[in-house]
Write a protein of this length. Sequence first.
Length: 547
Amino acid sequence: MFFYAEFSKPLDNYGFWSADIPDDWERKRENVLSDNYQARIAQSSIIRGKKSLEGKHVGFFAEFPTTDQEEVTLKAGISFSDLEGAEKNFKAELQGQTFDGIKKQAKELWNKELSKILMEGGTHDEKVAFYTALYHTMIDPRNMTDVDGRYPGGDHQIHQTTDFTKRTIFSGWDVFRSQFPLQTIINPTLVNDEINSLVTLAEESGKGYLERWEFFNAYSGCMVGNPAISVLADAYAKNIRKYDIEKAYRAAVRTSELIGNKEELGYTPVEKGYSISETLEYAYTDWCVAQLAKALGKPDDAEKYTRKSLYYKNIFDSEDKMWFRPKRESGAWEEWPANGRLTEWHGSIESNPYQQGWFVPHDIDGMVALMGGEEKVLNDLEDFFEKTPKHFLWNEYYNHSNEPVHQVPFMFNRLNAPWLTQKWTRCICENAYRNDIEGLAGNEDVGQMSAWYILAAAGIHPICPGETRYELTSPAFGKVTFRLEDGKTFSIVAKNNSKKNIYIQRAWLNDKEYNQCFIDHADIAKGGTLTLEMGPEPMKSWGTGAE
């Protein structure tokens, strides 16, 4: 990072310090705060009489005389490109500005952004929790473009953009589930930016594939799956298309071929990673590739990736355990642990097979058939939630603290029991999100945890990004209005809503009776009002009609 800074008064004295930190010392927080590390810093050499210094572990200091209560202001413009970019950014954004003026401008900018969703009803604490969550969803992926459109590329060269903002910090494995579906409603420009950012990284780096967890133009390879394909497919299905789709599609195909399930085996074996998590997540994103191929008129690809999307079936043990199991390259099952499908990390990343096994969002009917039919699956899913501790902290069942289960509460809609989706999402919203220091049940994960809450509390949430369907559920508030980029609004009104009246009794979409437990993105994008009449008991006839 480069910076260009100005003080509000001349410097009387300045210099550098340089610490001798061995290269093999780790620099995590606990290391930096240790006595040994601090002692090394205390021994730093002080360097005066120079105007520039290069090296590791260096710092700058300035001294000037002040009067009692005098304020001295330091303003800094930053750039990820070079010093010239930092100076340009400074002059465009900070020159002539005062601290109070910048503070006022920041407040106005945030109020404008946060007004993209208007929430009515609820207590003061619930309002704070809601808008804090919305704020969290708007921090990343952050802008890394200079005011003149320059940014550092994946080839470590400076590039220029005129038609999108280069962004960074794409926590793909987390954010494809709720964070980016939320942005498709309130901030499609950001979605276009992110797709362009990932595609240009693939191109400029020479790697040619879409990174799953991009960090400052670097391929971290963190976590599993191919979530960038999900974000692309979801955007394209929702008519968010300000990018080169053929170039993006080629990168998606290369991503699947390099990183996804291989056709020779039809699954990802234990020897190659987390067999359950990777097989299921790759199967889903192959379905996403298939949807893109269909839309782009590529029937051979569509057939191939539709077939690959069913590879999840290859690791389901239908003869013994009746659940997903890690499988070896030889075709043999990994030994079943004593704690069975509740065993954390058994073929599953940051989860157990019970939690990860529900992730077949693109073929729920096929998954239900594998698991023994609707009645059996419904009973199992109810048990999954009933055994969950109501604080929703880390646990063996519905572990809202982490992402693999975030679509699961909405699956009751697909099992013809939408009242159970309404029951459990209201329970999660009330207990896993609070106006408190530890107000989230788990790691924020770059906006994902909060985006889940924003959507669920509003009354909608997708199961399968890449299709345009959102599941309907019980709103936590009396009215939530989405302000769309084109000036239209879409409101969800919950009449007679309360902590007891959590079940949908009837619904109207733009004053017409509505008896489906889902809504299409196109209906939201057109603007209008979805009105829900709430009551204290399940209305089991609502939302279970034929699609």
